[in-house]
Design a protein around this ligand. Structure first.
Ligand SMILES: Nc1ncnc2c1ncn2[C@@H]1O[C@H](COP(=O)(O)OP(=O)(O)OP(=O)(O)O)[C@@H](O)[C@H]1O
Length: 360
């Protein structure tokens, strides 16, 4: 079976045009990332059939929903998709259960792949079923909105900054449910966000957009480590590394996350031995030395080599792409230090990682 998503759309507004030709994985979470106005929502709307573009093409895991060259065009209501907006628009006069059932009624029983009970369980909203939307918190409302999108048994889930209207505490509350979706469902998710931490936590794949064009489209860790992209993540530039828990140090409450390039100690948040974890390493937390530093408080030191150097956000700074084992990392150092250390492609270095965040 074809397990990809193909999307080709061109659209012109006065002052903005969208021109994308994308091949995406047909499973997992793909982040659509870019500045405000880069066209992320417009792309989702094209996929949903909410923008009628001439000469568009869309196939989702083998099913063609639009191919204007062949006069194929499924209107929105015939596209089996779930759409989660920034704020859930629930029917205020219906309780949570009725809101969920409303969406489900559209789907013939034979095509239901996500049961109502499963959606309720995945989003942890069992205790809210009798409540009216007006009595829910923003985070709860959003969880109901996501469950409702799932209840239509979508073949793709489109999520447009689902956390943007929530405060930090509500975001933290909802993120584990989103991870759950990722782990439990086979449904591909396109997730619009301009929050790098959300992308680092949830995505497997990333599409970086700018001015209605695709700047990059690739697996998350490789793409975040590219130097040739004007992603301008600034303080957020950095990579994610998928690892497994290889050791636990009970005395010091630390876990060692092992990956192909070595091991990194992180705070012990309770993951089991052998469990997959994702860590995020920001470029600003990586410094370099030519010899293995001793007498340092920095626990994590890895041996690697310089792959490439690039200008950074300020003329005093350089962004360095490193390779540790076969894993790419980014480091940020002053150009003065880069010059003093003679950093150049191929140079062997000790990579000191000051801080590692456990994302999941
Ligand atoms: N119906 C429309 N008519 C004209 N211009 C539009 C229309 N819809 C969107 N635009 C313009 O298209 C551009 C892209 O908007 P879009 O909402 O897709 O960006 P975005 O990346 O999702 O931004 P944000 O992160 O702020 O939601 C913007 O300049 C917007 O003003």
């Amino acid at each position: 079976m074809n397990t990809t998503i193909g999307a080709r759309f061109k659209l012109d507004y006065s002052g903005f045009s969208l021109d994308v030709d994308l091949d995406l994985p047909g499973r997992g979470v793909t982040a659509l990332f870019g500045h405000s106005g880069s066209g992320k929502t417009t792309l989702l709307r094209c996929i949903a059939g909410l923008e009628r573009v001439a000469d568009g093409f869309l196939q989702v895991n083998g099913a063609v929903w639009q191919d204007d060259a062949k006069r194929i065009y499924l209107p929105t209501h015939q596209r089996p998709l779930g759409y989660v907006f920034q704020e859930a628009s629930l029917f205020p006069h219906l309780n949570v259960r009725r809101n969920l059932e409303y969406g489900m009624k559209r789907v013939p029983a034979s095509e239901r792949r996500v049961s109502l009970d499963q959606a309720i369980e995945l989003l942890g909203i069992g205790a809210l079923l009798a409540q009216k939307p007006g009595t829910l918190s923003g985070g709860e409302r959003q969880r109901v909105g996501i469950a409702r999108a799932l209840a239509v048994s979508p073949k793709i889930l489109l999520m447009d900054e689902p956390l943007v209207a929530l405060d930090l505490a509500r975001k933290q509350e909802i993120l584990p449910y989103l991870e759950h979706l990722h782990d439990e469902l086979e449904i591909p998710i396109l997730y619009v966000s301009h929050a790098p931490d959300e992308v680092a936590r949830l995505a497997d794949h990333i599409v970086v957009m700018d001015g209605g064009r695709v700047l990059a489209n690739g697996p998350l860790s490789e793409t975040l480590a590219r130097l040739d992209l004007p992603i301008r993540l600034g303080e957020d530039a950095g990579v994610v590394v998928d690892a497994i828990v290889g050791m636990r140090d009970k005395k010091w409450h630390l876990l060692r996350a092992d990956f192909a390039g070595g091991g990194l100690w992180v705070r012990d948040m309770g993951a089991a031995m052998g469990e997959p974890v994702r860590i995020r390493i920001l470029a600003r937390d990586v410094s370099l030395a030519l010899a293995r530093p001793d007498n340092t408080s920095i626990l994590n030191q890895l041996h690697g080599k310089v792959v490439a150097l690039a200008d950074d956000t300020h003329p005093s700074l350089a962004l360095i792409r490193l390779q540790v084992g076969d894993v790419p990392l980014l480091g940020r150092v002053t150009k003065l230090s880069a010059d003093t250390l003679g950093l150049a492609p191929g140079k062997s270095v000790w990579v000191q990682v000051k801080s590692v965040a456990l994302m999941r």
